[in-house]
Design a protein around this ligand. Structure first.
Ligand code: AMP
Ligand code: ZN
Ligand code: FE
Ligand code: FE
Length: 278
């Protein structure tokens, strides 16, 4: 990296499954010495209600962002959207559809847990969380399972019961990768493949690499830089944008502190130029 201006473009707050509020996250970004940030909550932009004004006060560059959950032939794909118009009806409506999808899917998972003698109410799942929460999902269910002493840890909940392919897993009715990209583009944003190294299924990765993305997340979490060469080469070949971020979730992912991955101002400028051209 050529200069010391750092932009962390991937983090979650209490609006989805992070443990710090948008306000706490922005203040942490400032005290960590970041120049800029994008809050990329799962399927919601609720954090921006608070974040836009506060970022200005703190003199932090805030780029609009979101991490949409999508599915390609049954496989889960996470898509980052950046720079879209925060008031675009297409984005707001898409986030509302996701809230409904998540509520329906949570109900399906709760039914399965009940069948397996682990009853939970919707209040058990959402009640303990911060009032800023807009989307809930399996991490919140896992938390409720711990509170009821059905499991000891979040990873045990995923491994034994709610992980993909487990007895209490439900996919719900996911959105496709194509419609997600289209929604981001309609709102004048760029669509980026999130954490490609986490995609274990090669066929899915190959399929989405041929879709209409604008870029790929090459720097991620606490992964050593030398392991990013593959993604940087790919981005160069496809003339795609390069993004990066920590995927900060607060205390539930202690190994991925805010600012543990980032892009410099050169890459950030390229990203801004691509957004302006949309
Ligand atoms: P959902 O969006 O409701 O399907 O939940 C997926 C989220 O759960 C991911 O974004 C991760 O933050 C978290 N997650 C997925 N797998 C695990 C796991 N094995 N252990 C802990 N957290 C996980
Ligand atoms: Zn998450
Ligand atoms: Fe993700
Ligand atoms: Fe994430």
């Amino acid at each position: 990296m050529k200069n010391e201006e750092r932009y962390d473009l991937h983090c979650h707050t209490t609006c989805s499954d992070g443990t710090m509020t948008p306000e706490e996250t922005l203040k942490l970004a400032k005290s960590s010495g970041l120049k800029g940030l994008s809050i990329t909550d799962h399927d919601t932009i609720a954090a921006y209600k608070i974040a836009i004004d506060l970022a200005k006060q703190l003199d932090l560059t805030l780029l609009s962002g979101v991490e949409f959950s999508a599915s390609h032939k049954g496989a889960s794909v996470h898509i980052l959207g950046y720079g879209f118009d925060i008031n675009a009806p297409t984005i707001t409506e898409f986030c509302l559809r996701h809230e409904k999808r998540r509520a329906d899917r949570n109900s399906l998972i709760l039914e399965l847990l009940k069948k397996h003698k682990m009853p939970l109410t919707p209040e058990d799942v959402t009640g303990p969380f911060n009032k800023t929460m807009a989307t809930s999902g399996r991490p919140h269910i896992a938390h409720a399972m711990i509170a009821k002493r059905y499991v000891h840890t979040i990873s045990e909940a995923f491994k034994k019961f709610i992980g993909e392919g487990c007895s209490c897993y439900a996919a719900g009715t996911p959105h496709t990768v194509e419609e997600t990209i289209e929604t981001i583009h309609t709102a004048k944003g760029v669509a980026i493949i999130a954490h490609p190294h986490l995609m274990s299924d090669k066929a899915t990765l190959n399929a989405i690499l041929n879709m209409n993305f604008d870029g790929i997340e090459c720097y991620y979490g606490n992964i050593a830089y030398q392991n990013n060469a593959r993604w940087l080469e790919l981005a160069e070949k496809k003339k795609w944008l390069v993004t990066g971020g920590s995927d900060f979730h607060g205390s539930i992912k202690p190994n991925q502190p805010l600012g543990s991955s980032w892009i410099d101002s050169e890459r950030f400028t390229l990203l801004q130029q691509a957004i302006a051209a949309k």
